[in-house]
Design a protein around this ligand. Structure first.
Ligand code: C5P
Length: 233
C-alpha cells in the first residue's frame, strides 16, 4: 500500500472509468464550473509512452520506463490564438501525437508496469492544490487520492462508447471503422481492468453513474448535486 501525502489538504473529486465514458469532457466542465484544478492522469501515461517511443525504449523494459516516467520533461502551454492547450515533451510539440489511439494503446501497456505507476504517483498528488482538484483517470479514487471527498465512477456500455468515439472521428473528417474501434476498446478495457496493479474498478463508496443513455449535462448535474451534498460548493 502506498503512502498518502499528508500535506494534501485541498478538496478532491475523483472521476474514474473506462476509455470513452465521457470522463474527460465531464472533468473539464466540472473544473471550469467549480474553478478547480484539473489532473488528466491519462496524459502522464501517454507522455511516458511517447518518451519511450522517442527514445527507442521497449514497452517491456520496466527499469528504463520507470526512469523516463520519473523524469518527464513536459510543459503545458496555452496557445493564445487558438486557446488550446499545447503539450511540449522534451522541447518537442506532441499535442496531436498525444491524442492518437495508437498512443493510448501504448500508454495502457506502459501503465501495467508497477515501476511506472510508482514513479508517477507523487507527480499526480502534487496537483491537489487549493481551491480543489478534479482528478480524471483509472485509479484516482482507489490509489492516488484515497482520501478524496467525492469519488465518481463513470461508465457506459462498450457499444455506446465505441459509437461516441466513431462519431467524434467522423465529425473531424477522419476515416474510422466502428468495428475496429469496438475491438480496440474491448482490448483496452480488459488490459485496464485485469492488470495486477491499480486495476480499473469503482472505489469503495463511489457514486457509480452509467452515462449510456444520459446527456453530458445530465451527468454533470448529477455530479454537481453529489458535490453540493458533500458541501463541496
Ligand atoms: O485516459 P486515457 O485514454 O488518456 O489513458 C490512457 C491509458 O493510460 C489508459 O488506457 C490506462 O491504461 C492508462 N491510465 C492508467 N491510470 C490512470 C490513467 C490512465 O493506467 N490513472
Amino acid at each position: 500500500m502506498s503512502q498518502v501525502n499528508s500535506e494534501v489538504s485541498s478538496p478532491v473529486i475523483t472521476v474514474d472509468g473506462p476509455s470513452g465514458s465521457g470522463k474527460g469532457t465531464i472533468c473539464k466542465l466540472l473544473a471550469a464550473k467549480l474553478g478547480w484544478n484539473l489532473l488528466d492522469s491519462g496524459a502522464l501515461y501517454r507522455l511516458t509512452a511517447l518518451a519511450a517511443k522517442h527514445h527507442g525504449v521497449a514497452v517491456d523494459d520496466e527499469d528504463a520506463l520507470q526512469v523516463l516516467a520519473a523524469h518527464l520533461d513536459v510543459q503545458f502551454v496555452i496557445n493564445e490564438v487558438e486557446e488550446e492547450l499545447q503539450v511540449i515533451l522534451e522541447g518537442e510539440l506532441v499535442t496531436q501525437e498525444l491524442r492518437l489511439e495508437e498512443t493510448g494503446e501504448l500508454a495502457s501497456i506502459v501503465a501495467t508496469k508497477p515501476g511506472v505507476r510508482t514513479a508517477l504517483l507523487n507527480r499526480q498528488r502534487e496537483f491537489a492544490q487549493l481551491p480543489g482538484l478534479i482528478a480524471d483517470g483509472r485509479d484516482m479514487g482507489t490509489v492516488v487520492f484515497p482520501q478524496a471527498d467525492l469519488k465518481v465512477y463513470l461508465d457506459a456500455s462498450v457499444e455506446e462508447r465505441a459509437n461516441r468515439r466513431y462519431k467524434q472521428l467522423i465529425n473531424k473528417g477522419l476515416d474510422a471503422s466502428l468495428e475496429v474501434i469496438l475491438a480496440e476498446l474491448i482490448k483496452r478495457d480488459e488490459r485496464d481492468m485485469q492488470r495486477a496493479v491499480a486495476p480499473l474498478k469503482p472505489a469503495e463508496h463511489a457514486l457509480v453513474l452509467d452515462s449510456t443513455s444520459l446527456t453530458i449535462d445530465q451527468v454533470l448535474e448529477l455530479v454537481l448535486e453529489a458535490a453540493r451534498h458533500k458541501g463541496l460548493r
